[in-house]
Ligand binder design. Structure first.
Ligand SMILES: *Cc1c(COP(=O)(O)O)cnc(C)c1O
Length: 466
């Protein structure tokens, strides 16, 4: 067998990497000077790098390794499926057992009448599918001018042209532009944008921007609203509790379709199977990826309600699909992942064990002199770094600088935490144990202490003037 083995020293690997590998979301000049961290193994919640460090993965890869690394069952299922039927497509009235079984399983797990699955290879692709699905839906219903999809500033829905446009990240828009027929409203981020309002009032105000936007565009032009139950890449921004009920009311009132992007919040992350259940959202379409396969194979999809599926079917052939829609190996792996989540009670573990234990320790970090608010829903958490928590102040220096320094300390302490501006975020594998949570929080605390000491030494614990 021609296995890929690592016979090169780290510096050599880094040199080849910088010379030939174009990395996503990476500053390539920094990459060339410092070299990328080379990850070689994963087991449970732990990673090993080429220098032998054992790193606690507080981000579950990119929020996806829900059942942890290195589960042999998934490898075995993949090998068996490759031997039996390595590939066949699902175009032109053909199908295969893994795609059938996975679609049926997802229909069983998803709430309400979300009973139909369109498969994609990733979350971005699935959201591109959603753009075409909702526009096609209104076209078949005789309202082809209903095309605009409303998303949120600082939302994230992937980085293809479609997904990147639905998302509200200006740096992404600035590289390659946006597609037409997309609009954005403000995000429900109280800490940074809530001013003197209460969290609840602010949540209502931000939700009502949807109503104002629909009125401005004309309801006859609006197809759908899309949102993540909790913004992930935007910084684990947990909306005020008033927000989603108001969004739901507005979508219902105007009869527009509601898309819940569950790519992160699906498959146990929030302590329920889906974030929509945690927040009481009734979407017409759910976007899924990441935890669907725990990252063992690339797969995503759209889970679609009866009405949308029926209308699109009524229109005849839908001219859309990916070569790898419902790929048999990825589907078999996803199915095995769902079996493990279900049979091992992973969602219950998050709800009854890991969340309550982490919540107690995570919220205690709010006493740290560098930390403002702490948030945790299920196993999705954030804390904000601030020089003055009473005023919810920003740092005087460049935005993101302090977050970057804190992340560097985490790296040095073998903990992967991500920084989004000055928000430090975690989303560990869902199978994390209380003993491992202790290690995670101890390393986080140590990193915060070191970051704080460094900021004081460099005279950077200074609030921005408002
Ligand atoms: C990661 C993510 C996506 C994009 O998924 P990819 O598999 O990276 O294309 C879409 N939506 C949300 C909410 C995500 O977190």
């Amino acid at each position: 067998m021609n296995m890929i083995t690592n016979h090169l020293p780290t510096a050599e690997l880094q040199k080849l990497d910088a010379a030939h590998h174009m990395h996503p979301f990476t500053d390539s000049t920094g990459l060339a000077s410092k070299g990328a961290r080379v990850i070689t193994r994963g087991q449970g919640i732990w990673l090993t790098d080429s220098e032998g460090h054992r790193i606690l993965d507080g981000m579950a890869g990119l929020w996806c390794v829900n059942i942890g690394y290195g589960r042999k069952e998934l490898a075995q299922v993949a090998a068996k499926q490759m031997e039996e039927l390595s590939y066949y497509n699902t175009f032109f009235q053909t199908t295969h057992v893994p795609a059938i079984a996975l679609a049926a399983k997802l229909a069983e797990l998803a709430p309400g009448d979300l009973n139909h699955v369109f498969f994609a290879g990733s979350g971005s692709e699935a959201n591109d599918t959603n753009i075409r699905l909702v526009r096609r839906y209104w076209q078949v219903k005789g309202k082809p001018e209903k095309r605009v999809i409303i998303g949120r500033w600082n939302g994230y829905h992937g980085s293809t042209m479609g997904g990147g446009s639905l998302g509200g990240m200006k740096p992404i828009h600035s590289h390659g532009g946006m597609i037409d027929g997309v609009a954005h409203i403000g995000q429900p981020y109280w800490w940074a944008e809530g001013g003197e309002m209460s969290e609840d009032d602010f949540g209502l105000m931000r939700a009502r921007e949807l109503e104002a936007k629909i009125e401005e565009l004309g309801v006859d032009n609006v197809a759908a609203f899309i949102g993540e139950p909790i913004q992930g890449a935007g910084g684990v921004i947990v909306p005020p509790k008033t927000y989603w009920p108001e969004i739901q009311r507005i979508c219902d009132k105007y009869g527009i379709l509601l898309i819940a992007d569950e790519v992160i919040t699906g498959f146990g992350r929030t302590g329920n199977w889906f974030g929509s259940q945690t927040f009481g959202i009734k979407p017409h379409i759910m976007t899924i990826a990441k935890g669907l396969s725990s990252g063992y194979a690339p797969i995503g999809g759209s889970i679609v309600c009866d009405d949308v599926a029926a209308v699109v079917a009524e229109g005849g052939e839908f001219f859309h699909g990916y070569t790898y829609s419902g790929h048999p190996v990825a589907a078999a792996v996803a199915l095995e992942n769902l079996r493990i989540i279900q049979e091992e009670g992973v969602v219950e573990h998050v709800r009854d064990v890991a969340h309550p234990y982490l919540a107690e320790r995570w919220h205690a970090l709010a006493d740290h002199p560098l930390v403002g608010e702490t948030k945790l829903v299920g196993l999705m958490g954030s804390l904000i770094l601030t020089p003055d928590k009473a005023r919810r102040a920003k740092f005087a220096g460049e935005e993101g600088e302090v977050g970057f320094r804190c992340r560097e300390r985490c790296f040095a302490n073998d903990l992967i935490m991500r920084a989004v501006g000055e928000r430090m975020i975690i989303a560990p594998p869902l199978v994390i144990t209380p003993a491992e949570i202790d290690i995670l929080v101890e390393r986080a605390k140590k990193s915060l202490d070191e970051c704080h000491a460094g900021l004081k030494a460099d005279g950077l614990m200074v609030a921005k003037k408002d």
